[in-house]
Design a binder for this molecule. Sequence first.
Ligand code: FMN
Length: 204
Amino acid sequence: MDGSTEDFDHFDLASLTRPERYKILTGAVIPRPIAFVTSLGPNGLVNAAPFSQFVILAVDPGLLGFSVGPRNDGSHPKDTLANVRASEEFVINMVPEGWEDAVQKASDEHPADVSEVDLLGFKTFASTKIKTPRLLGSKIQFECVLDQIVNFGNAPNHLVVGKVVAMHVQSGLTQDCKIDPKAYSPIARIGGRNYVRLGDVVKA
Ligand SMILES: Cc1cc2nc3c(=O)[nH]c(=O)nc-3n(C[C@H](O)[C@H](O)[C@H](O)COP(=O)(O)O)c2cc1C
């Protein structure tokens, strides 16, 4: 490999179909941490859905964002987006090892009156600053109030930005605000139905 163009396959994203673009982008930008978002639906039903287009947007104040795309059939917005627009709050639950299957199943499309939390046997517990509950078993949760929703692209994707009003870290994971990554060990998503667990930690 000497950096010549023959060493690479070249892609013009604009000439790919939407599914091809999705596949190649989400296969390239890996591993992605997963925001397992709980939100309150109409009648107080707790909705849970995973989002791996997930990022720290600011630290003063702490702002986290996740991007909600359209449904596959292009119909009404995903429940999380509709819920957050209405309630202006949500919880991001980080995902521990062992939840791979449940997270995958939580991403199946269910009618708005079906709670993935009940369906998959998750247990919730109360948040401290907002009404939306947290998921029991998640080692870190962020209680967020909606800061803004920004649209990107033609679909469009909605970047939901939340201000962290409370952050909860399982006891024993932190020392002087430093989190022990191995003890925390959240999973991340790679392409499709594939997930990774934390591997070697390398010091630079
Ligand atoms: C691990 C994982 C990550 C996902 N990340 C995203 C994402 O970043 N954006 C998105 O729109 N959908 C994403 N999805 C798909 C949503 O979870 C799925 O559309 C879900 O049904 C939305 O649920 P809701 O209608 O209850 O909000 C992801 C699915 C999985 C399994």
